[in-house]
Each structure stands twice: as C-alpha cells, then as structure tokens.
Write a protein that binds this ligand. Structure first.
Ligand code: GDP
Ligand code: MG
Length: 171
C-alpha cells in the first residue's frame, strides 16, 4: 500500500505580498486581481503525489499579515512541519519582514521545521527591488529553500510545494 503523509504548512509574510493568492493558485489553480484580505487565518488542504506513489496532504494555514494579528501566528506555526515566508520582489521592505519571520521561526518553531523563502510577483520583474542574488544568498546562509513565484501566472508555484514535499520526512 502506498504511503499517505499529512503535514501542516503555514504561510507567513507581510500583508499583500500574495500569500492567499499563492494558496489559491496551488489549491484551485485560480488567480484573482482583487482578493479580499485575509481575516485571522484561512485553512485549506491540497494533496500532491510523489513519484513513488506516496501522497502528501498539506494542511495549509494562510495567515493574515497585519500587525494586529501577529500575536496569533505562534498558534499556527507551533506545530507546523513547514513554513513558507513570502516577500514581494517589488517591495524590499517585505523581504526584511520575511527575514524577521524566519528569525522568529528559528527561535520559536519546531527545530525540524522546513522553511522556504519565497519571492512572489515574479511577473512584475520590471519593478523588481529585490535581486535574486540577494535573496538566494540569504537563504543559502540560513539553510533555507528559496524560490521565486508568480501566483498570477502560476510560475514556480507547484514547484515550491513539490520541493517542500520531497524535503519532509518520509516516515
Ligand atoms: P496576502 O495579503 O499576502 O494574502 O496577499 P493577497 O494574496 O491578498 O494579494 C495581494 C494583492 O497582490 C492582490 O491584489 C493580488 O491580486 C496581488 N498579487 C498576488 N500575487 C501576485 C502575483 O504573483 N503577481 C501579481 N502581479 N499580483 C499578485
Ligand atoms: Mg491573505
């Protein structure tokens, strides 16, 4: 019988970087230019199949980025197996925010948590403020996965969840 694994995943990052849009693309393969911002947190699931037939079910907590919800975040990342810290490649301040989430996870989350740093809105590269080199270098130094995505075009979205699924313990 093939294995069925289940993992809790949390999305963290500044408001409007595209966390909810990434989840919508991954779960429903849809995009919407005028998304209402998330209140508190939203819960969705999606299953991916690995080459050996193993299925990995992600239980996704899409958190709200606003400062007033910040105190709720530990509730979502405390028991998470993986976290995606999202920034917007057109807003360098959003990378600083993603870095501060990463530091918080490194201090407070389970030490085995798999963390991905994700630069979203790659379709807006004409307005880029964060270079690939800068983000990649930071990720490498911290031992994190790194990727760029566009929830709008779908570029890189399935790949990041797939890479995370492969990195999780296959027990
Ligand atoms: P969240 O607050 O981090 O959950 O961000 P949302 O998913 O609500 O997205 C904020 C805004 O950015 C919305 O207007 C989205 O349509 C837009 N957006 C999200 N992802 C992308 C992307 O990859 N490319 C572009 N061009 N816009 C995006
Ligand atoms: Mg949201």
């Amino acid at each position: 019988m093939s294995k069925q694994l289940q993992f809790k995943l949390v999305l963290l990052g500044e408001s409007a970087v595209g966390k909810s849009s990434l989840v919508l693309r991954f779960v429903k393969d849809q995009f919407d230019d005028y998304r209402e911002s998330t209140i508190g947190a939203a819960f969705l699931t999606q299953t991916v199949s690995l080459e050996d037939g193993t299925t990995v079910k992600f239980e996704i907590w899409d958190t709200a980025g606003q400062e007033r919800y910040k105190s709720l975040a530990p509730m979502y990342y405390r028991s998470a197996a993986c976290a995606i810290c999202v920034y917007d490649i057109t807003q360098s301040a959003s990378l600083e925010k993603a870095k501060s989430w990463i530091r918080e996870l490194q201090r407070q989350a389970d030490p085995s948590i798999v963390i991905a740093l994700c630069g979203n809105k790659a379709d807006l590269s004409a307005r880029r403020q964060v270079s690939q080199e800068e983000a990649q270098k930071f990720a490498e130094e911290e031992g994190l996965m790194w990727c760029e995505t566009s929830a709008k075009t779908g570029e890189g979205v399935n790949e990041i969840f797939d890479r995370i699924a492969h990195k999780l313990p296959q027990v």
